[in-house]
Ligand binder design. Structure first.
Ligand code: MTE
Ligand code: MO
Length: 218
């Protein structure tokens, strides 16, 4: 199951690829008021929806591993215990899915990307990050986005272990970007000189994905 090829495009994936062509949910609004918390074209939800390619890998904590490699001085292969032995941090952040729902005040616990980057010693040649998951999903971002203050490798939500459906045992959360840039069931972090487009990025979705700029589609 680990590191499978991505599944054949499902109905939902095909529909979402069409939305990218059509520009669905785009409002064209670009300004942001001081107190504005909801990005343009988004609506607020209270319960947390589940969105993925329809394959839920079941990797127990005892066998889960996170490989961190590429342009780094000290490549790592962390077990869950190794992750827990790192300094732990908490953040409470809003999340914004490109399918137009947003959810406020999600309390995460885990290891910040700052901490992780310090441990591996990211080389100056690293400009991009490619994330790979146990369901074959991939996503990419610039190293500046990965290194955001609020970005974390998380194992808990609201004080409870992250559930399987939301990416447990461990997912990445990069809350300042649309939520497809927050891979569930995280398996590998690759620092690279060059950009490699991920699953949605090759299907018409924006390479940067800032919800405040409505960077939904490329
Ligand atoms: N591994 C993996 N991560 C993923 C996805 C996926 O299909 N597989 N979907 C992305 C998308 S499009 C969204 S909106 C969020 C949804 O996370 P949630 O199900 O916890 O709400 O996960 C993102 N991370
Ligand atoms: Mo999404």
């Amino acid at each position: 199951m680990a590191d499978d090829d991505p599944p054949e495009d499902s109905k939902l994936t095909k529909a979402k690829s069409r939305w990218a062509e059509m520009g669905k949910f785009l409002t064209g609004k670009l300004s942001r008021a001081e107190d504005d918390r909801l990005p343009p074209g988004q609506h607020l939800v209270k319960t947390w929806p589940v969105l993925d390619l329809g394959q839920t890998p079941n990797v127990p904590r005892q066998v889960w591993r996170l490989d961190i490699g590429g342009e780094v001085e000290h490549p790592q292969s962390w077990s869950f215990d190794d992750l827990m032995a790192q300094p732990q941090s908490e953040r409470t952040t809003d999340i914004h899915c490109v399918t137009s729902w947003s959810r406020y005040d999600n309390r995460w616990k885990g290891v910040t990307t700052h901490q992780l980057m310090e441990v591996v010693g990211v080389k100056a040649t690293a400009r991009h990050v490619l994330l790979t998951s146990n369901d074959g999903y991939t996503t990419n971002m610039a190293i500046e986005d990965f290194a955001s203050d609020d970005a974390m490798v998380v194992h808990s939500w609201e004080g409870e272990p992250l559930t399987l459906e939301h990416g447990g045992p461990v997912r990445l959360v990069v809350p300042h970007l649309y939520f497809w840039k927050s891979p569930k069931w995280l398996r590998r972090i690759e620092f690279a000189e060059r950009d490699h487009l991920g699953f949605w990025e090759v299907r018409g979705y924006h390479n940067h994905a800032d919800p405040w700029k409505e960077e939904r589609y490329s």
